[in-house]
Design a protein around this ligand. Structure first.
Ligand code: PGA
Length: 250
């Protein structure tokens, strides 16, 4: 099965020129990759630069979207703007956005806006810490239930879930997650979706892993751990490292 590999560039790189160089090196590097679908999520201003790329393997995604649809909302970007820039996906609920005030309710509004505008939401969920009593499981369950409020059975078919434990993300990660931890979480997320919808839908929704993904652990999560794909931050900014992740999944 094709793996979905999301490149989350975050607030990088700093110029259009550098973004083009990065995008072109990634496109070149993936010529021989057959079993992955790549979604590049550059910062908003660069979406328009890559909208007309001809690659059949690379799709474009945004890193966020407004809860509003139009009007007097300074600095906001609507789902229809992303669609008109040929964005097919958008990340919502990333822990870095949640840490600056995004709630499950706003993620929910964003998901509904995106789906209405024919953009597939990549919904990030993940706990800040793990406790021995397993309270992190109910935390994840609440995130999913509240984020999917009002999303119909037909609408949810376009949705991707990315499990990103906050403690394993970025330079401040306390440690790497293990494939066993991912497997447990994947089963749990599928159960929550199955309770909310049905088992067929739970089976079909892709569940990605994200958090310090690199070429050494990619196979462990995506092949041995059964992740339907990976969400890559830092290592998506280095074409060689990104290519090595894709090669590890061959
Ligand atoms: P990282 O970022 O790969 O740099 O840990 C992942 C993410 O935040 O999505």
């Amino acid at each position: 099965m094709n793996k979905i590999i999301v490149a989350n560039w975050k607030m990088n790189p700093q110029s259009k020129k550098e973004a083009e160089v990065l995008f072109n090196s990634i496109s070149k590097g993936i010529k021989n990759i057959k079993n992955s679908q790549i979604i590049i999520c550059p910062p908003f201003p660069f979406l328009s630069v890559f909208g007309n790329n001809k690659s059949k393997k690379i799709f474009l995604g945004a890193q966020n979207v407004s809860i509003e649809n139009e009007g007097s909302h300074t600095g906001e970007v609507s789902a229809s703007m992303i669609f008109s820039m040929k964005g097919k996906y958008a990340i919502v609920g990333h822990s870095e956005c949640r840490s600056s005030g995004e709630t499950n309710k706003t993620v929910n509004t964003k998901i509904l806006n995106l789906i209405r505008n024919k953009i597939s939401p990549i919904v990030c969920v993940g706990e800040k810490d793990r406790d021995h009593d397993g309270n992190y499981l109910s935390f994840i369950e609440d995130q999913i239930r509240e984020c999917l409020n009002g999303v119909s059975k037909t609408q949810i078919k376009n949705l991707i879930i990315a499990y990103e434990p906050v403690w394993a993300i970025g330079k401040n990660a306390t440690r790497e997650a293990t494939k066993e931890e991912f497997i447990e979480m994947k089963i749990f997320i599928k159960k929550v979706i199955s309770d909310l919808y049905d088992s067929k839908i739970a089976h079909s929704i892709p569940i990605l892993y994200g958090g310090s993904v690199n070429s050494l652990n990619a196979k462990s999560f995506a092949i041995e751990g059964g992740a339907d794909g990976l969400l890559v931050g830092r290592d998506s900014l280095n074409p060689k490292k990104f290519e090595a992740i894709l090669n590890a999944l061959k």
